[in-house]
Ligand binder design. Structure first.
Ligand SMILES: Cc1ncc(CO)c(N)n1
Ligand SMILES: Cc1ncsc1CCO
Length: 235
């Protein structure tokens, strides 16, 4: 079994939970309230800028020219998706450049982006690289599933088409190959950190959607503590 197949197997339950989320179910049905999608797209545009920075930083740490070009190329693509797809939806929903800039990044978005930048900046290239994988892989998986179920005339079709596309699949495939090559050249201890980095990043994908669906900003000091807390991941 390849390293990335192992990552897939280890996170099967969480990835299934993501596929079953109400955000994704309602997106496929076209019934996701527009104000929820509007809030999501603004946060996701901010996310993509942070994600592109993390990719560019990973590019700078990459071991060879092919990997530098691949990761820097994905950084450019992430910005062009933000400008194209997200820009289009923001224009449609009447989000001005000023409103976009003035919108505070949500707790979930900030946490995910901070996590990616930290993993890439302070851990080994292999570990930071693996933190970047769920962004590619999970979106493609979700995009494909939704594309198969989407009702005709779905107002979120442009989003679905982007993530279900062959072009996006190509980026996912190249990332899987780079990670399998990197894992093969890494120690057991590094591979174990890559696995944890991947699992945590998958959790951030879940958290980002959950936060968007409930239109959450930041936890207030007087808020009830959430009942549902997962135990810290065991060693
Ligand atoms: C949170 C998140 N993860 C992944 C992608 C894929 O680009 C995205 N747009 N947003
Ligand atoms: C992961 C990702 N998300 C938007 S663009 C991009 C890179 C595709 O190569």
């Amino acid at each position: 079994m390849s390293f990335t197949q192992q990552l897939r197997r280890d996170t099967a339950q969480l990835r299934q939970q993501i596929l079953d989320m109400p955000f994704n179910r309602d997106l496929a049905a076209g019934t996701l309230p527009q104000e929820v999608f509007r809030g999501y797209i603004v946060q996701d545009a901010h996310y993509l800028e942070g994600f592109a920075r993390a990719l560019a930083m990973a590019a700078a740490k990459a071991p060879d020219a092919d990997a530098v070009a691949q990761l820097a190329g994905s950084a450019i693509k992430a910005i062009s998706v933000e400008r194209g797809l997200h820009g289009e939806y923001m224009a449609q929903f009447g989000v001005s450049a000023e409103e976009y800039e003035a919108t505070e990044i949500s707790e979930a978005c900030d946490h995910y982006v901070s996590f990616l930048l930290r993993m890439v900046a302070t851990d080994d290239f292999a570990v930071g690289l693996t933190a970047l994988l769920p962004c590619f892989w999970i979106y493609h998986e979700v995009g494909q599933k939704i594309a198969a179920e989407a009702v005709p005339g779905n107002r979120y079709q442009a989003w679905i088409d982007t993530y279900a596309s062959e072009d996006f699949a190509d980026g996912v495939q190249r990332m899987l190959e780079l990670i399998d090559r990197t894992a093969a050249a890494s120690s057991d201890a590094t591979r174990a950190r890559m696995q944890r980095s991947f699992a945590r990043s998958c959790w951030h994908e879940w958290h980002f959607w959950d936060s968007a669906y409930h239109m959450r900003g930041w936890l207030a000091p007087d808020a009830e503590p959430s009942a549902k807390r997962m135990p810290a991941i065991a060693e």
